[in-house]
Structures are given as structure tokens and as C-alpha cells.
Design a protein around this ligand. Structure first.
Ligand SMILES: C[S@@+](CC[C@H](N)C(=O)[O-])C[C@H]1O[C@@H](n2cnc3c(N)ncnc32)[C@H](O)[C@@H]1O
Length: 218
């Protein structure tokens, strides 16, 4: 099934301008604490046509390497989409920001050399659907690039994350702290080559486990 970019798709998310502005501030703070270096590491293997899912305000754009021919940056929230469109104007590679959601990307089958998930799979709701959609749009030999916080692999913090996630998600635009992404990736048939590390995106916050690296259809 080929789905060209002009095919009608479900509307993106309703506007949440206050959340969008808070997110932009929090992201900038996290980048100052080391997040910017993580983003550069994330995007280092990117080549050709890249689809970035849930691009937010476009913080990744400056880190795309010259080997990238073009980026289709998908963002469902209108305020963030506007901010990303502005960021795209000064990106080092060609970036087109479009409306869309992870479970139905406005990209045809096999059109992307890379799909980027950068702190987005915590928020999409249906992670298996997002991973199926990534597989659909990936060209043979294509790669998923991951920079995601995931559920702790220690039982006590993991249980705490499950308890606080519903409340946290209400305050943080649907972000859940307890997504078992390695399990989802394995179930979706991806082979993962990624490092895990603790990172506290904001001062005073406890570190959460991040996964940074690649996943390829096995
Ligand atoms: C924590 S922000 C990360 C933004 C950006 N990727 C970054 O690394 O700075 C999560 C993003 O996921 C987007 N998002 C939430 N649900 C989504 C969905 N179902 N499909 C695509 N993006 C989604 C949000 O609008 C937001 O831009």
C-alpha cells in the first residue's frame, strides 16, 4: 500500500499552546545539561530522506549532518509546529514541517532512509502502531534512530514510575515514564543497538533511564 503525502489523514492534536511553550523551555534547559550532545549523537548516522516523528519545536534540526538530503518533520501540535517551521528556516539541511501523527505518517511506503524518535514514544499512546508505521515508511536497509526515556529496569523505581505516570502524563502532555520500549521494539521485530544511561533533564529531577542508538528491522 503506498500512501503519498497528499492522502487525507486524521487531524493532528488540538492546540495546547501553554504546554507547547513549557515544553520548549524545558527542552532548552535539558539541552544545556547535555541533551544537545545526545541529539548530535542520535543524528550522526542519519542519511538521505529522514522522517522525524513528533519534532516538537525543532530542537533537533541544527544537529542534522550534511549526509541528510531532506527531513520530513511530523508534528501534531499546532503551536509546536509553528515553532518548528521557524526553526526549519535556519536548519543546515532542508526540513519540511507537516501535520501528522506517529500512527499514520504522511509518507509513502519505503520512502525513508531513517525514522527519528526523539523523546516522543513516551507520548504517542500506541507505541506498537508507531513502530509498525516506522517499518512501513523505512526503505530496505533503513534505520530507526532513538533517543527516548524508558522505564527503569530496577523493580522499585519501575513500580514508582507506573504509579506516578497517570498524574505526570496529565501535566506533561501525555508523557508516560513507564514505557517498556525495549520490549515493544523486540515485539515489533527490531534489533536494537543502543546505550542506556541515566540523565536528569532538569535540575533537581531524579535521573531517568534513556536509550540512545539505533534499531533496524530484523
Ligand atoms: C517531549 S516532546 C519531544 C519533542 C522533540 N522530539 C524533541 O526531541 O525535542 C514530545 C513530542 O511528541 C509529540 N507527540 C505527541 N503525541 C504524538 C503522536 N501521537 N504522534 C506524533 N507526535 C506526537 C508532541 O506534540 C511533542 O512535540
Amino acid at each position: 500500500m503506498n500512501r503519498p503525502p497528499t492522502t487525507p489523514r486524521p487531524a493532528g492534536h488540538p492546540p495546547r499552546p501553554r504546554f507547547a511553550r513549557r515544553l520548549a523551555r524545558a527542552n532548552a534547559a535539558a539541552d544545556a545539561r547535555g541533551g544537545a550532545a545526545h541529539r548530535r549523537e542520535l543524528l550522526c548516522p542519519a542519511r538521505g530522506h529522514v522522517v522525524e516523528v513528533g519534532c516538537g519545536d525543532g530542537l533537533n534540526f541544527p544537529a542534522y549532518p550534511a549526509a541528510v538530503a531532506r527531513v520530513t518533520a511530523v508534528e501534531p501540535e499546532p503551536t509546536l509546529r509553528d515553532l518548528a517551521t521557524r526553526a526549519a528556516a535556519s536548519a543546515p539541511v532542508s526540513v519540511t514541517v507537516v501535520d501528522g501523527v506517529a500512527s499514520r505518517l504522511p509518507v509513502g511506503d519505503g520512502e525513508a532512509e531513517a525514522v527519528v524518535f526523539s523523546q516522543v514514544l513516551c507520548s504517542v499512546g500506541d507505541v506498537p502502531a508507531a513502530l509498525r508505521e516506522a517499518r512501513r515508511v523505512l526503505a530496505p536497509g533503513g534505520v530507526v534512530l532513538l533517543y527516548e526515556h524508558i522505564r527503569s529496569d530496577r523493580p522499585v523505581p519501575a513500580a514508582l514510575q507506573t504509579v506516578v505516570s497517570p498524574l505526570w502524563a496529565r501535566a506533561a502532555g501525555g508523557c508516560r515514564l513507564d514505557v517498556d520500549l525495549p520490549r515493544h521494539l523486540a515485539a515489533a521485530g527490531f534489533a536494537v543497538d543502543a546505550r542506556r544511561f541515566g540523565f536528569a533533564p532538569s535540575p533537581g529531577a531524579p535521573p531517568v533511564t534513556f536509550l540512545l542508538g539505533t534499531a533496524r528491522p530484523a
